[in-house]
Unconditional design. Structure first.
Length: 133
């Protein structure tokens, strides 16, 4: 599980694409404050390849992203993470997970389309065991 893997590593980064960036930032702050450990966040576009070897666990938030080119780019970036021996976890809107062939099924969370206002709440609940408030 993600919680066990997180407890076995000191490096975690949360990436948020598009509307998911603010959720990535929020979750990062929750984890940092509750666990007294560093948890970075970034946009998918700004995440640098040099960072990959230092971050064995990367959570990527891609719910409600429907631009196929953007999702293909995300898939390519996550493939690079895997090639650097990182373990990416991905949250993606149902019906788009087929674009992410190399992600282990156990590291993939599919959610239905949601109103934009609900995305942050869903992420908060999905990852609440990581910050145990």
């Amino acid at each position: 599980s993600l919680k066990i893997k997180l407890n076995n590593t000191t490096n975690l980064k949360i990436l948020g694409g598009g509307i998911n960036f603010y959720a990535a930032e929020f979750l990062s702050h929750l984890i940092t404050c509750s666990k007294n450990r560093s948890c970075g966040y970034d946009t998918l576009e700004s995440h640098k390849h040099i960072d990959m070897s230092a971050e064995p666990i990367i959570i990527t938030l891609m719910a409600n992203m429907f631009d196929l080119e953007y999702l293909k780019d995300c898939s390519s970036e996550l493939d690079k993470c895997i090639s650097h021996n990182n373990e990416p976890f991905l949250v993606v809107t149902k019906d788009y997970s087929n674009l992410f062939q190399k992600i282990k099924k156990s590291n993939l969370i599919e959610i239905p389309y949601l109103n934009t206002e609900l995305i942050g709440i869903i992420y908060y609940k999905l990852f609440e065991k990581l910050y145990d408030l």
